[in-house]
Design a protein around this ligand. Sequence first.
Ligand SMILES: Cc1cc2nc3c(=O)[nH]c(=O)nc-3n(C[C@H](O)[C@H](O)[C@H](O)COP(=O)(O)OP(=O)(O)OC[C@H]3O[C@@H](n4cnc5c(N)ncnc54)[C@H](O)[C@@H]3O)c2cc1C
Length: 321
Amino acid sequence: MTVTASSNRAVLPMLFTEVEVVAVERLSPTFVRVELGSAALADFGVDGPRWDQRIKLILPDPETGGITSTEDADGTWFATWLERPAAERGHMRTYTVRDVRGSGAQTTLVVDMVLHLEGDLVGPGSLWASRASVGDRIALLAPRRGFPYGGIEFTPGPGAELLLVGDETAVPAVCTVLEQLPDDATGTAFLEVPLAADVQDVRRPAGVRVVWLAREGADLGTGLHDAVVAHLDPGSSGVAGAEVQVAPDEVDPDLWETPFYSSSGEDVPGDVAGVGGTYAWIAGESKVVTGLRRHLVKELGFDRSQVAFMGYWRRGVAMKS
Ligand SMILES: Cc1cc2nc3c(=O)[nH]c(=O)nc-3n(C[C@H](O)[C@H](O)[C@H](O)COP(=O)(O)OP(=O)(O)OC[C@H]3O[C@@H](n4cnc5c(N)ncnc54)[C@H](O)[C@@H]3O)c2cc1C
């Protein structure tokens, strides 16, 4: 590994560094696992469990290969970066830390990236993942040990029954959370993936059930919606297999409703749920998550402090960067 610690080490409260691909593994038709290294990752760290810790990758522009320099970045870098044309500065996308390996200057971050095999439009993230090879370089924004960074949304109250729900983009987050749970945790995870061949083995406590749902060409999110509704509300008279009933103009592509933040401007409790009850963490395509949010909040009366609903992507809409 030849990437050295960036010269902004002492300046920024987060890591903003160039990283190099040190390994690539095609896990399944839909998932590519990339391992990213840099001596600067010696300073990577989170205060407490990593849970669903998100990071940002800055990926080259597909046309020009333009990529961001992290050298000499200071507190103004983001505003300056945004002002430059994307063709020069690359594209920022959000991913999950699937694993952290090694230590010190040999620390690497593992990221599982989805290839958009079902869509006609392929974004810079998916495209880069499909071509990634050892030695490729991109830029990374990640937590620096000892500094607040945010980016962890999994905040169940003590003793909560867990409900973890995600499509393929949230599989890395849910699997990482499952691996970090205490042995006495209980609950169910529902994970929808494009193909049966995308189902993964995941370590989890004995009391947590994992249900994999393979679309195999069916509508996005329909199986997931039905499975979650049936799980929470076995007597429900919902029509199984019906398309998620949310009009396109009712979908906020940036849907983010947690106990601490509301993309729609609702009041937030700013605190985690009390002891017990069910805690729901739901992430994936924004329309699908909107449909589940309606069911949990409107039909079942879930309290805001017990839920996190996160639009990880929106069909037909490129992420902003
Ligand atoms: C907190 C958080 C954590 C995330 N973690 C991960 C992760 O670990 N791994 C991961 O792969 N993704 C993850 N995502 C989702 C990822 O950021 C988006 O899928 C993102 O749009 C990918 O960027 P892109 O450049 O490939 O596509 P964009 O340029 O954003 O979009 C281009 C086109 O691709 C479509 N598209 C985007 N995503 C998909 C998809 N999954 N399937 C089909 N079409 C798609 C868009 O609708 C659009 O039409 C996460 C998102 C968030 C918010």
